[in-house]
Design a binder for this molecule. Structure first.
Ligand SMILES: *[C@@H]1O[C@H](CO)[C@@H](O)[C@H](O)[C@H]1NC(C)=O
Ligand SMILES: *[C@@H]1O[C@H](CO)[C@@H](O)[C@H](O)[C@H]1NC(C)=O
Ligand SMILES: *[C@@H]1O[C@H](CO)[C@@H](O)[C@H](O)[C@H]1NC(C)=O
Ligand SMILES: *[C@@H]1O[C@H](CO)[C@@H](O)[C@H](O)[C@H]1NC(C)=O
Length: 363
C-alpha cells in the first residue's frame, strides 16, 4: 500500500507541472484556424443505440452521411446513463461541488495526461465519434476539424464534460453554441427541431434573406406554437411538448425504456402494447395538454406503420385541429439540424462585423 502511495502522491504534486507540457486541456476550447474557416458544418447525433452524421453547406444543401449501429457496450452505456441513479457531480460545477468532485476529476485528468480517454464511457463515445468522423471526412473530401454532437434528451447522466473529453481525445474541436459554458452540449430534440425550424437559416447564398423573414398573418410560428416531439426507437419511447422557441432548452424529458419497438415481441398481446404507447404519449402531456400545432417524429423505429397509426390516433384524440407533421427524416433529423446550427455558427464567426441574429426574432 505505502509502496504505491509515495509515487502516487509525487505524481499528484507534479501534476500541475506535467500539465503545462501537454496541450490536452485547452485543445477543446480552441477554434479552427480563423483564417481558413470551414465552408461546411458537421453534426453528429449520438442516439441511444446508434450514431448518425450529416453535413450542411452554405448553399443550403444538407446531406446525411452515415448511420452507424452502436455495439453492445455503446447501447449499454446509453441505457445506464439514462438512469437517475447514474448521475454524479460533474463540470461545470455549482458552488462547492468542485472540491467534492476532486478525486474523480484527478483520476480523469491523470488518464488524459497519459494520453488515455478520461473514462471508460468517454472511450466508448470516442469510438462512435471516430467512426462518424471518418465517414464524414470521406464524404466531404476535406479534413473535418470541428463538429457538434447531440445526445439523447433523457441521457441524464451523460454530461458535457464526457462529450468534450471524447472530442479532445480524438483531437477534434467541439462547436460551442453557448459561449459562456465550457461544457456545452446539445440534445437530439434540439437538433431535430432546428432542421424544421424556418427561423434557422440554412442557406447563405443570399444571406440577407436569412434575417428578412416576416411572419405572415395567421402563421402559427408567430405565436410560438407548442411542438410535440415524439422519438420512437427499438429500445425507448420519448414524448414531450416543447414551447416552439429557440435557443436550446433544457428540461428533463419523459421517456420509457420498456416501450421501444423491441418490447412488442414480449408483449402478451399486440393491441395492448399499442394501447400502452398511446397511453404513454397522452400521459406525457400532463393533465392539461398545451395547444400543440406541430409534431416532430424522430427515432429509428419511427417508420413502423403501426406506430404511425397509433401516433395519429392519439394526436387526433387530443387535438381537434390537424397537426403539421415533420417525420421525413426520423433517423437523421438531429444530425442534419446540428449540422445546420454548426454552419450557422461558422457563418457568424467568419462574418464578425455582422451581429445580425440568425435566429429570427419574431414580434
Ligand atoms: C452545394 O455545395 C456542395 C458542396 O460544395 C455541392 O456538393 C452541392 O452540389 C451544392 N448544391 C447546390 C444546390 O449547388
Ligand atoms: C439556396 O438559395 C439559392 C438562392 O437563394 C437557391 O438558388 C438555392 O436553390 C438554395 N439552395 C437550396 C438547397 O435550396
Ligand atoms: C413505462 O411503461 C410501462 C407500461 O405502460 C409502465 O408500466 C411503466 O411504469 C413505465 N415506466 C416509466 C418509467 O414511466
Ligand atoms: C389551438 O391552435 C389551433 C391552430 O392554431 C387553433 O385553431 C385553435 O383555436 C387553438 N385552440 C386554442 C384553445 O387556443
Amino acid at each position: 500500500m505505502a509502496r504505491c502511495l509515495v509515487p502516487a502522491l509525487l505524481f499528484l504534486f507534479l501534476l500541475p507541472v506535467l500539465w503545462s507540457f501537454f496541450p490536452t486541456g485547452s485543445r477543446g476550447s480552441q477554434d479552427h484556424d480563423p483564417a481558413r474557416p470551414a465552408n461546411f458544418g458537421v453534426g453528429f447525433d449520438l442516439a441511444p443505440t446508434y450514431g448518425t452524421a450529416a453535413v450542411s453547406y452554405p448553399n443550403g444543401t444538407v446531406r446525411s452521411i452515415i448511420k452507424i449501429d452502436g455495439d453492445a457496450s455503446y447501447s449499454e452505456m446509453m441505457a445506464r446513463l439514462s438512469l437517475y441513479s447514474s448521475q454524479h457531480l460533474h463540470r461545470p460545477y455549482s458552488y462547492g461541488e468542485g472540491v467534492a468532485d476532486l478525486p474523480r476529476r484527478l483520476l480523469r485528468d491523470m488518464r488524459m495526461l497519459l494520453g488515455l480517454p478520461a473514462s471508460g464511457d468517454v472511450y466508448i463515445l470516442s469510438k462512435m465519434i471516430k467512426k462518424l468522423h471518418t465517414a464524414a471526412e470521406l464524404l466531404i473530401g476535406q479534413p473535418v476539424a470541428s463538429a457538434e454532437a447531440s445526445i439523447p434528451d433523457f441521457a441524464c447522466a451523460l454530461y458535457g464534460e464526457d462529450i468534450h473529453e471524447a472530442f479532445n481525445y480524438l483531437g477534434l474541436n467541439f462547436y460551442q453554441f453557448r459561449k459562456w459554458d465550457g461544457y456545452d452540449f446539445m440534445y437530439s430534440s434540439n437538433g431535430a427541431y432546428a432542421l424544421h425550424d424556418p427561423h434557422i437559416c440554412s442557406n447563405y447564398t443570399e444571406p440577407e434573406r436569412c434575417w428578412k423573414y416576416t411572419p405572415t398573418p395567421g402563421d402559427p410560428l408567430a405565436r410560438f406554437p407548442y411542438i410535440l416531439i415524439v422519438s420512437y426507437g427499438y429500445t425507448y419511447l420519448e414524448s414531450i411538448a416543447l414551447f416552439g422557441l429557440y435557443p436550446i432548452v433544457e428540461v428533463p424529458m419523459p421517456y420509457n425504456l420498456t416501450l421501444g419497438y423491441n418490447a412488442l415481441q414480449d408483449a402478451p398481446n399486440e393491441e395492448q402494447y399499442w394501447e400502452r404507447v398511446r397511453q404513454y404519449i397522452r400521459w406525457s402531456m400532463g393533465p392539461s395538454p398545451p395547444n400543440v400545432t406541430r409534431l416532430l417524429v424522430t427515432g429509428d423505429a419511427a417508420y413502423v406503420p403501426k406506430f404511425k397509426h397509433a401516433l395519429k390516433e392519439v394526436t387526433d384524440s387530443m387535438w381537434e385541429h390537424e397537426l403539421e407533421v415533420f417525420d421525413s427524416e426520423p433517423v437523421f433529423a438531429a444530425a442534419r439540424g446540428g449540422a445546420i446550427l454548426t454552419m450557422r455558427e461558422i457563418w457568424h464567426r467568419s462574418h464578425p462585423g455582422d451581429d445580425t441574429n440568425m435566429v429570427q426574432e419574431l414580434e
